[in-house]
Structures are given as structure tokens and as C-alpha cells.
Design a binder for this molecule. Structure first.
Ligand SMILES: *Cc1c(COP(=O)(O)O)cnc(C)c1O
Length: 641
């Protein structure tokens, strides 16, 4: 591999956050490996070129089911190892929290692999449960139901149990228990042998997580029962003679838990609660430790919010060790551990590929001749000229501040009518010249102060990327969550531009101006210069968790095209292509019907034909064109087509 390629791999941090799944080939293209550090790989640029031949243009969501499988194996292996090492007596099973990615392809692939280890599902709403009920699961796997539940939800749960599933109704509110007991009573009276769902309780822990989802834990959390409420659940179960239904204790202290210390504390508290309940003669057997295993999006291995200061093995070791220690101390059997990790399993498998449509100019540049000084220039322009000519590495900070002041003065004088439009234009160009030089000098220093970060952002090239932040990486907009962004080609050439990204929505929040960096957050991303007539593609990675279903229809940009890719001996195989949303699809969401729109448009045109303002032929052409566009992709077509 060339030195330049090695350098770009470092620039984008591919080896830091890639978990062994991503790399660069000799052509300088981004590759995806079939599993961690596998020899089998697919060239992302080649996939996009193939899809283009089929008329599928970016933005395209690429799904690599093998990466989902890779993550399942990694997690399962880590727990199996810990269980062996610490001589833990129980098992470990996962239930995939469907809210992380309900997409059928994801759930089916997860179950295909997960069934081998008795991995099941977790549903948090009636709709998720409905889909979950129709999925084939292994005999011993669980279907855990969290979230608030009405009577219908609970009845669906009973339906699932009678269909043979190991359904667990996790009680979030006491009223849910009452519904459950009532239905159980009625059913048992009618069919004494009917299989009933199990009951779980979600405990509100004192321990909190860390990071953006810290609120999910602690005393003030939205979910979970307090100690007295749990005791009340047990009392009501005893009263109904149904303590044997209580099989699971659940807690979940938040997503993207960045700090392993916090996880250990929560684990201790939950294990202790479990042990105490067992000692009350309750045959509880599952300890559900929730989700929250973090994805190291920036590759820094720290407790920073887009990272994690632990890996799967450390996580597994801590869970197993702490639970064993507490249970041994309390002299109770080791529970089967249920884990609800979603983000960790699904983040890696999806990549969004977009094209840069254009560049947006921000810096004011001299369009014609280079600017020279002139005796007639107003004083403020002279000062700016002087700054530009004499700025150097020593004075750049001071001169930059002076330039900011002079610019203010320039605008004030213009508003007072004291200088001409030409003078103002000249002053602006000089100001930006000073900024560019100040930035150059600032970057030569080891430590670049934050004011220059801001300047760098102002000076950066703005690339117009053909996608919607709100649709495809909503957490970047809502939570400032970072996602790695990398060109899928030209990685054997040094990126020479500093850029930020603008999406194609008409929203000034539709931008990306924070990028992953090993030590910090980058205000700009190193990218290549656009070449006339040549497409430039970027990949947004690790977008397989939460982004798809949280993405919204802002500006009516719909779901992108989707392709499912298998990585084999000969590179990629495109298994499936799913067309993205058309104008008609997006409009239907806001209750427009195509037929109605077509009727109305036709009427408008026919009125003009009737008035003699349009010929019959031209009018019909307009109608035909309009009606055809209903099937168009909501995103921009590639330049030059
Ligand atoms: C969201 C959620 C999860 C998934 O959390 P991840 O951080 O994606 O692992 C698990 N359990 C419950 C109860 C949840 O609400």
C-alpha cells in the first residue's frame, strides 16, 4: 500500500472506528470486509458503478448483512468466553430491540444467525410486537415486551404465548400487572393447560449511565418500578397465587453507555436486587441487563459521547464477573443473562453513499484582477490592504483581530453612505485574504485555538451533498452524534480541501460540520477537489442503528434506494435492490393522492387551453410530463443527466 493511502486511512481514522470491517484497496477505493479483517471484501465504488448501470443513483443505502452477523458472533463469543473463564453457571442470550432497526431484512438476518444461540426479540410497541409474533424464533429464545402497554397489547402477548413463544411482559406500570392477571385468570378458567406469558419487572436503579442517554437511568427515569412498587407487584402476584409467573428482572440505564465504570455500578445494584427477590421464594431466572453497549463512532476508545472506553470482551467480563460475585455472596443461583443490545449489533451493517452535487462559494474572492492599493482608497480599505501585505506567523492572531474590527468599520461606513459599493467590495476581498493567511499561519502552530477552528469552518469549502441530514443521519442533527464520513474513491490521493457538508434540504440545520477525529472533533473534513465531469462519492458509515426509522420526511425527501450486498470470493453480489421513495410516495405521506393531483393539474391546464392561451398539443405535453414525474426519485439526479 502506498504511503499516501496509508496517510488517508489515518486522516479518516478508518482503522480506529472500522472494527476491522473497512479498508482501502490498491485502486484507492473504500472496501467492506465480509468479517473482521477478512480477506474477502467488496469495493464500494464498484458496487455504486454497478447500481448506476441499473439506473440506481445515489443516495443509496447499502446493507451488508454479513456485518450484522459479524457483530452477533463477536458479542456471543465474548460472553461465551467470559462464562467459561469465570465459571459462571448460567447462560447468555440476546433479544434484539426492534426499535433500533425494525427493517424486515435486518430482523430476518438477525434471527437467521441469532437462532443458533437462542437469540430472540424485544418489542416496545404493538406494531413491533405484531411483526415479532410472525417471526420464527428458536424454542428457548425469548420475546421480551417493554414499554407502556394497554389491554390490546397484553392480549396480543397472550396470543403469542399460546402460539408457543416465550413471551415476557415486563411490567412498567402496576395497571399492566392487573390486566395481565385478569386475562390469565380468564384464560386458565377456560383452558387450564394454556401456555401463559411470563412476567418481568423493570427496576428503576439509582445508578445512572453516562453520555447522551444518561436520563434513562437514575431515580428520575421515565421507566422502571421503585422498590416499593416491585414489592407491591410481588404482593399482588402472591395474592393471585401466581408468583411462578415472575421470571425476569430488567433494567436499562441508557443507550451508548460510554463509561464502563457506570455499567459495573448498575450491574451490582441490579444483581443485588435480583438476589433479594430470589430469596423471597420467587422463581425468577432471567436477569435482563438491557442494551447500551456503545459503538465507538470516532474510534478514540474514550468515554467521549461518540465513543466507548471498553470493548465487547471487557463488557462481557464485567457483566459476568459482577453478577457471579453478587450471587455467590448472596448464595443464590446464577441467572440466565438477557442482553438487549441493538446499537452494537446493527450500527455497522449499513452505509449511506451520496454524491457531491456541487460546491457552494462562501469566501469572497477577487473575480477579475488581483486587488492593488490605490491612493484614493478610503482609510479602512488601506488598513486592510496593509494587514494583508504584512501578516506573518508571529502577528497573525493580532492581525486577524484587527481585520475583524476593520470589517465592522467597513460595514458601518457603508451603511452611513461614506464609502462606495466598489470600496466595500474591495474591502471584503481583502478581509477574506487576511483570514486565509491567518488560517494558514494558525495551522502551522501545534496548538490551534478555538477561534481559528471557527475561522477554518468559515473558510472551508462547502460541498453540496445529495442527501437529507434529517432523513439519513437524524441523530447528527438532533444530538450532534458523529458518524464517520469517507470518500469511497480517490483514497490513494491526498485530500487537499477542507470542507463542510450541506444537504439539499432548504433548512440551514441541514449541514454537517463536526467530524470524527481521534483526539477531538474536527470542524472540517479533508476532501478532494471536485473534478469537472467526474462524480465524487462519500460514504456515511455506521448508520445501521436508529437512523433509518428516526429519519423524517423534511422537505419530502423520502427513503433512499436500498441495495443488499453479499461479499463473496469474487467481490460483491447485489442480492436485492429496493427502489427509494418516489414523489408520489412522499406526497402520500402528507395525504395527497396522485389521481387527485393529476385531475386538478389537468383542470388547470384545460382552462388555459379553453381560453386559447395554450394549444391543445402543448397542453397535453405539459400534462403528460407532470404525470410522469410522479414516479421520479425525490433526490437530485446526477449532474449531466
Ligand atoms: C432502546 C432500548 C434498548 C437498546 O439499546 P442499545 O443502546 O441500542 O443497545 C434496549 N432496551 C431497552 C429497554 C430500550 O429501550
Amino acid at each position: 500500500m502506498s504511503a499516501v493511502t496509508e496517510q488517508t486511512i489515518e486522516t479518516y481514522g478508518i482503522d480506529n472506528w472500522g472494527a476491522g470491517y473497512f479498508g482501502v484497496n490498491r485502486k484507492g477505493n473504500l472496501i467492506v470486509r465480509a468479517s473482521e479483517n477478512d480477506n474477502l471484501s467488496a469495493d464500494v465504488k464498484a458496487i455504486i458503478d454497478d447500481l448506476k448501470k441499473r439506473g440506481i443513483n445515489p443516495p443509496i443505502l447499502l446493507r451488508f448483512p454479513q456485518l450484522l452477523v459479524g457483530q452477533i458472533r463477536k458479542l456471543q463469543t465474548a460472553f461465551r468466553k467470559s462464562i467459561k473463564e469465570f465459571e459462571y453457571d448460567g447462560n447468555h442470550m440476546c433479544v434484539f430491540p426492534m426499535k433500533v432497526n425494525q427493517n424486515r431484512a435486518v430482523i430476518e438476518e438477525y434471527l437467521r444467525e441469532g437462532t443458533r444461540y437462542n437469540f430472540g426479540l424485544e418489542a416496545g410497541s404493538k406494531a413491533e410486537l405484531y411483526a415479532g409474533l410472525a417471526m420464527e424464533q428458536s424454542e428457548d429464545s425469548l420475546l421480551v415486551l417493554n414499554g407502556f402497554k394497554d389491554k390490546d397489547f397484553i392480549e396480543l402477548a397472550f396470543t403469542g404465548a399460546q402460539a408457543g413463544k416465550n413471551v415476557v411482559i415486563v411490567i412498567e406500570k402496576l395497571s399492566e400487572l392487573d390486566h395481565t392477571l385478569k386475562i390469565a385468570e380468564e384464560l386458565s378458567a377456560e383452558k387450564p393447560d394454556a401456555k401463559l406469558p411470563m412476567v418481568g419487572v423493570r427496576v428503576k436503579l439509582y445508578s445512572k449511565g453516562s453520555g447522551k442517554w444518561e436520563k434513562s437511568g437514575g431515580e428520575a427515569a421515565k421507566f422502571g418500578l421503585t422498590t416499593t412498587e416491585i414489592l407491591e407487584v410481588i404482593r399482588r402476584l402472591q395474592e393471585a397465587g401466581r408468583t411462578d409467573m415472575l421470571k425476569l428482572l430488567h433494567f436499562h440505564i441508557g443507550s451508548q453507555l460510554t463509561d464502563i465504570k457506570r455499567i459495573k455500578n448498575a450491574m451490582k445494584e441490579a444483581a443485588r436486587t435480583y438476589a433479594k427477590i430470589v430469596k423471597m421464594q420467587i422463581p425468577i431466572q432471567y436477569l435482563d441487563v438491557g442494551g447500551g453497549m456503545a459503538v465507538d463512532y470516532d474510534g478514540s476508545r474514550t468515554s467521549y459521547e461518540s465513543s466507548a472506553n471498553y470493548n465487547a470482551q471487557e463488557f462481557a467480563n464485567d457483566v459476568i464477573y459482577v453478577i457471579k460475585m453478587v450471587c455467590d455472596d448472596e448464595n443464590v443461583p446464577h441467572p440466565t443473562i438477557i442482553q438487549e443490545s441493538g446499537r452494537y449489533l446493527s450500527a455497522y451493517h449499513a452505509i449511506l453513499v451520496t454524491n457531491i452535487q456541487d460546491e457552494i462559494e462562501t469566501v469572497v474572492e477577487d473575480i477579475n484582477a488581483p486587488i492593488t492599493d490605490d491612493v484614493d482608497d478610503p482609510q479602512v480599505v488601506k488598513e486592510l490592504f496593509d494587514l494583508r501585505e504584512t501578516i506573518n506567523v508571529k502577528n497573525h492572531r493580532e492581525y486577524y483581530h484587527d481585520a475583524l474590527e476593520h470589517r465592522e468599520e467597513l460595514f458601518t461606513m457603508f451603511n452611513l453612505g461614506l464609502i462606495s459599493l466598489e470600496d466595500k467590495g474591495k474591502g471584503e476581498v481583502l478581509f477574506w485574504d487576511v483570514c486565509e493567511k491567518a488560517d494558514e499561519y494558525a495551522q502551522q502552530k501545534k496548538y490551534v485555538s478555538e477561534e481559528f477552528d471557527e475561522l477554518r469552518r468559515l473558510l472551508s469549502t462547502k460541498y453540496l451533498a445529495n442527501f437529507s441530514v434529517f432523513r439519513s443521519i437524524p441523530d447528527n442533527w438532533a444530538l450532534e452524534q458523529l458518524f464517520p464520513i469517507v470518500p469511497i474513491h480517490r483514497l490513494n490521493k491526498k485530500p487537499t480541501e477542507y470542507a463542510t457538508l450541506c444537504d439539499i434540504t432548504c433548512d440551514s440545520d441541514g449541514i454537517v460540520e463536526k467530524f470524527v477525529d481521534l483526539h477531538d472533533v474536527k470542524p472540517v473534513l479533508e476532501l478532494h477537489k471536485l473534478e469537472a465531469g467526474e462524480p465524487y462519492y462519500l460514504a456515511m458509515l455506521l448508520v445501521g442503528a436508529y437512523q433509518e426509522v428516526m429519519g423524517n420526511n423534511h422537505n419530502l425527501f423520502g427513503v433512499p434506494h436500498e441495495a443488499h450486498i453479499h461479499i463473496g470470493e469474487d467481490g460483491h453480489i447485489i442480492k436485492k435492490v429496493i427502489q427509494g421513495a418516489t414523489l408520489g410516495d412522499s406526497l402520500a405521506i402528507v395525504r395527497y393522492e396522485a389521481t387527485q393531483l393529476h385531475d386538478q393539474f389537468r383542470k388547470i391546464v384545460q382552462k388555459r387551453i379553453k381560453n386559447g392561451e395554450l394549444s391543445e398539443k402543448d397542453g397535453h405535453q405539459l400534462i403528460e410530463f407532470y404525470e410522469n414525474q410522479i414516479g421520479a426519485y425525490t433526490y437530485l439526479s446526477p449532474n449531466g443527466s
